[in-house]
Design a protein around this ligand. Structure first.
Ligand code: CTP
Length: 471
């Protein structure tokens, strides 16, 4: 598309285009793409489809909402040491055009590629470079840089910077600010394809993703090194802007709303060392709680025993048994939405022995089981104080959708998120999930995606439903 357009231009325009591309450090094709994308954004969303952006957001919000998401928002941009740092200068301008209030931190390696002066000239502010600079510590201090912002963007995020973030290092201003912040972080990785594919980078990214860090890109393409190509080019400034808009829009989507989430298994004791339980890692429920908190909700996470850290910004109530979970949920009500992702044990032992039951030759103990309270069903059937949106999960091994449909009616909830947890699916304990959302209006099957992504999409839907919007 871009090469076609360039060929059809007259010589004078081609020359102007060449100069403009050189000024921005882009190829002519890339420059044309950027120009087209800007024009298309202004002309309307239909025109944007013509350019077919490499990573379009899954469900873009209308232009007005996206633009408003950035107005007056404070963004700290951390520029790492990579050749893609030149694109960060353009990123500053694109975010400023949309009304963002920018402050920039330049790492020592970043200063090898762009200067504090160039960055400062664009932001109209001093550029922060040094953790031990008395003046900047006096002016704002790294803790305030970390807190007095709506979002931190790391672009380019080099392999080294990712490793430091994943390890919790804080030996320069950029890493100290990243460690001290409780604000959302977006990273735009940029590195050589082999560094991107390295096991250490994969490990670090998995850690960062589990820590709630959002990632945009990288894209495939030519590297700065001659003859090198592959995955590792930093996302284009406008792709980063779209990701920023998405995060800031989400950041307010559930503001003022209260959400209860259950997660993990329950353990029903038989004696002090033995228990009955369902298999559940809690990864999906915890990711939902984290996504709801990131969307600005006041979140109570009622969790059974899991080996997961508490998600950021979430009030966690730790329980062991189904009865305790039911009580904790009742205490946490009222809420605007309740999402029941826990794998609650259906039964508990009738009696619990206070001391360990000893094995006796020739004698097998008999367990008598009592049914546990159905927490989801009880909340969904409340005649007063029912959350506006009650969502259950259905972990099925057969007839997934048919069972989920029946379960939704039986439990009285609004939506059921169903997934196939048969051993072959690898979903149980894994990081990926393939879900079908069953509601009164039908079934929607989502593509296989990470549990974090499932959580974010679900929370987008919850926000839209509470708002009375249909997404
Ligand atoms: N659930 C609950 N309390 C229970 C059992 C289940 O809140 N005592 C919730 C789960 O958190 C989930 C939904 O109900 O959101 C469905 O759980 P599932 O175990 O699939 O359903 P069951 O009712 O136990 O049906 P079955 O095991 O027969 O499939």
């Amino acid at each position: 598309m871009a090469s076609l357009t360039v060929r059809q231009l007259d010589e004078k325009l081609k020359k102007l285009l060449r100069l403009r591309a050189a000024r921005h450090g882009r190829s002519m094709e890339d420059e044309v793409r950027v120009i087209l994308r800007q024009a298309a954004e202004e002309a309307g969303r239909e025109a944007l489809d013509l350019i077919n952006p490499p990573n379009p957001p899954a469900q873009p919000a209308p232009r007005q909402a996206r633009a408003d998401a950035v107005v007056q928002k404070r963004v700290v941009l951390i520029i790492g040491g990579g050749i893609a740092a030149y694109k960060s200068l353009d990123l500053i301008r694109r975010l400023q055009e949309r009304g963002a209030r920018m402050r920039c931190i330049l790492t020592a390696a970043g200063q090898q590629f762009v200067t504090p002066l160039a960055v400062g000239a664009l932001t109209g502010q001093r550029t922060f470079t040094d953790l031990f600079d008395p003046q900047s510590e006096f002016d704002v201090g790294h803790i305030r840089l970390a807190r007095d912002t709506d979002l931190l963007v790391v672009a380019p995020a080099t392999a080294d910077l990712l490793a430091k973030m994943a390890g919790g290092h804080a030996d320069d201003l950029a890493t100290a600010v990243l460690l001290a912040t409780d604000r959302p972080i977006l990273i735009a990785p940029a590195m050589n394809p082999r560094m991107w594919a390295a096991k250490a980078t994969t490990r670090n990214l998995a850690q960062l993703s589990a820590d709630g860090v959002r990632i945009v890109g990288p894209n495939a393409g030519e590297m700065a090194e001659h003859g090198e190509a592959g995955l590792g080019r930093m996302a284009e400034p406008l792709e980063i802007v779209a990701a920023v808009e998405g995060i800031l829009r989400r950041g307010a989507a559930l503001a003022g709303k209260r959400v209860i989430v259950t997660s993990g298994p329950t353990h029903e004791p038989i004696d002090p060392v033995r228990y009955i339980a369902n298999r559940s890692s809690g990864k999906q429920g915890h990711a939902i709680a984290a996504a709801a908190a990131a969307a600005g909700a006041d979140v109570v996470l009622v969790s059974g025993p899991v080996a997961l850290p508490d998600p950021r910004g979430v009030a966690v109530v730790k329980v062991e048994t189904a009865q305790q979970m039911a009580e904790a949920v009742a205490t946490a009500l009222p809420a605007d939405a309740a999402i029941f992702a826990a794998a609650v044990a259906d039964w508990r032992s009738d009696s619990t022995s206070a001391s360990k039951i000893k094995k006796q030759p020739g004698h097998t103990p008999t367990l008598t089981l009592t049914e546990n309270p159905d927490i989801l069903s009880a909340v969904a059937h409340r005649t007063s104080g029912r959350p506006r949106l009650v969502i259950g999960f259905a972990a099925e091994t057969d007839n997934v959708i048919a069972n989920a449909r029946a379960k939704r009616i039986k439990k009285g909830c609004d939506w059921i998120v169903a997934n196939d947890v048969s051993a072959e699916s690898g979903i149980m304990g894994g990081d990926m999930n393939t879900v079908h959302v069953v509601s009164a209006s039908g079934v929607e099957s989502w593509p296989p995606q990470g549990k974090d992504e499932v959580a974010r999409t679900l929370i987008d839907r919850v926000a839209a439903a509470l708002d009375g919007r249909k997404e």
